[in-house]
Design a protein around this ligand. Structure first.
Ligand SMILES: [Cu+2]
Length: 143
């Protein structure tokens, strides 16, 4: 009986141990102009990412075809914070929709990178006017 109680407490503490992260949406950051910071995040399944609208005219939206197959994705409004709890394992590419062409993208790895090959195959068709190397540099950090 005592062991059962111990297990119950352990499971309960595991369930509430999911972590929270913050990604800022910025006009200028250490990674350049029109940028998410940090642009690459590695989290665990069940963790939550808060996208913070620090500067004006940005949003966070998962990029079509560049999220795990079972993931729902998200679409934040411009000038609004959005919180996303990531429940499907894999690699997620997301964008600021008005500044996608300016390379305002980010990558979140949730647990194991189950769809990494698919992502690598699909990002080749994306074109950026500036910050063209940024997405690849984030993908290179997936491990
Ligand atoms: Cu933006």
């Amino acid at each position: 009986m005592r062991n059962l109680l111990l297990y119950a407490v352990l499971i309960w503490s595991f369930a509430i141990s999911s972590e929270e992260y913050e990604v800022k949406m910025l006009n200028f950051g250490s990674g350049g102009s029109m940028v998410f910071e940090p642009g690459f995040l590695k989290v665990n399944v069940g963790d939550t990412v808060h996208f913070k609208s620090v500067d004006m005219a940005h949003n966070s939206e998962s990029t079509k075809g560049l999220v795990p197959a079972n993931a729902l994705g998200w679409k934040g409004n411009i000038n609004e914070d959005i919180s996303v709890t990531l429940t499907e394992e894999g690699v997620y590419v997301y964008q600021c929709t008005p500044h996608l062409i300016l390379g305002m993208v980010g990558v979140i790895q949730v647990g194991r990178p189950t769809n990494l090959d698919e992502i690598k195959g699909n990002i080749g068709s994306m074109t950026f006017a500036v910050n063209a190397e940024r997405l690849q540099s984030y993908i290179d950090q997936v491990n």
